[in-house]
Design a protein around this ligand. Structure first.
Ligand code: AMP
Ligand code: MG
Length: 331
């Protein structure tokens, strides 16, 4: 079964065609990230306009890459949420139009669960139940995944997401946007590998919090009269270690308390090699996406859609832009 996936939840416009949930026949991504850089963060209106402009050409490219025509696609999958409301609406409207015009089933997919699925796309051997981690610019969430359509959110950030905290700390240090890759590079070359900041911890919970750590970094910077390049490297190291140690502690607790021997982790932050190393240290079977599928992409959407379709069939076309596990958007 060949499924066309559509992803427009944030700044990446992506379409992909995936066969039977695992074989990526084509994957095309156009990011509007360069347009957001001068604002130091994602500007929703810019992201939305970019989706409108490029979604049709992106689809054409995906079809050309795969050598397939639209008629040869068996179903349409689309990110339902969570994400920026204007951005989601573009993808959903586009997907619904294709579904109606082509008379093909439509499958709404949760973006966060798709990130976790991206870790298993090549590894169909993963056994339920497993721990799921989504670590991205907007989310830091820990799940118990009992099946593709049966999951429990056990922990999430109470304030900033992990990727968001990287972006904010990078902004304080004038390291550009998005901040994650630059902080990783700086941390790796730090000569002073001191724990400058305490790993944040919320007791008796799997929840995470990064706003306090971010503030600690801000006050540390403010206290310095002048910051040398080497000091910036040390701050990046100290921040990155504290941020990841805090996450690892919660995952260790989950491994201890839940009957699972595997972790599937996805989202932009899982591209970080230090995080990958620390996740390996958990001592359970680790499933991670290829680097090109860590950030937002439609292949993960089409992949998970196949699993959902096999379990529950086509979704009703009457759905809106929200997440299946978060509170619905309220006016
Ligand atoms: P996503 O929200 O999944 O598109 O991922 C984007 C987020 O991942 C941004 O907040 C980035 O700063 C973060 N990110 C990307 N690469 C890295 C990295 N190597 N280390 C840490 N964070 C990263
Ligand atoms: Mg993104």
């Amino acid at each position: 079964m060949k499924i066309l996936g559509i992803e427009t939840s944030c700044d990446e416009t992506s379409t992909a065609i995936v066969e039977n949930g695992t074989t990526v026949l084509s994957s095309t991504i156009s990011s509007s990230i360069d347009w957001h850089k001068k604002y130091g963060g994602i500007v929703p209106e810019i992201a939305t306009r970019h989706h409108v402009e490029v979604i049709a050409p992106i689809l054409k490219e995906s079809l050309a890459q795969s050598g397939l025509s639209l008629e040869e696609i068996d179903a349409i999958a689309v990110t339902q949420g969570p994400g920026l409301i204007g951005s989601l609406i573009i993808g959903i409207a586009f997907a619904k139009s294709l579904s109606l015009a082509l008379k093909k089933p439509i499958i709404p997919v949760d973006h966060i669960l798709a990130h976790i699925y991206s870790a298993c796309m090549d590894n169909v051997g993963i056994k339920f139940p497993y721990l799921g981690l989504a670590a991205s610019g907007g989310h830091s969430s820990i799940f118990i995944i009992n099946d593709f359509d049966d999951f429990r959110l056990i922990g999430k950030t109470r304030d900033d997401a992990l990727g968001e905290s990287f972006d904010k700390v990078a902004k304080m240090l004038n390291l550009g946007f998005p901040g994650g890759p630059e902080i990783e590079k700086r941390a790796a070359k730090a000569l002073n590998k001191k724990m400058l900041f305490n790993p944040p911890e919320i007791k008796n919970s799997y929840d995470l919090s990064y706003s306090g750590l971010k503030t600690a970094v801000l006050y540390y910077i403010k206290k310095q009269k002048q910051i040398e390049q080497q000091e910036i490297d040390s701050i990046c190291f100290g921040f990155q270690e504290a941020a990841f140690q805090s996450l690892i502690k919660k995952l260790e607790l989950a491994v201890l308390n839940f009957n699972t021997d595997s972790l599937a982790a996805g989202g932009g932050v899982t591209a970080n090699s230090r995080l990958r190393e620390m996740l390996k240290g958990l001592g359970i079977k680790l499933y991670l996406p290829a680097l090109k599928y860590c950030s937002d992409n439609a292949a993960m959407v089409a992949g998970l859609a196949f699993r959902l379709y096999n379990k529950t069939g086509s979704g009703n076309i009457d759905f809106g832009p929200y997440s299946v596990f978060e509170e619905k958007w309220k006016p």
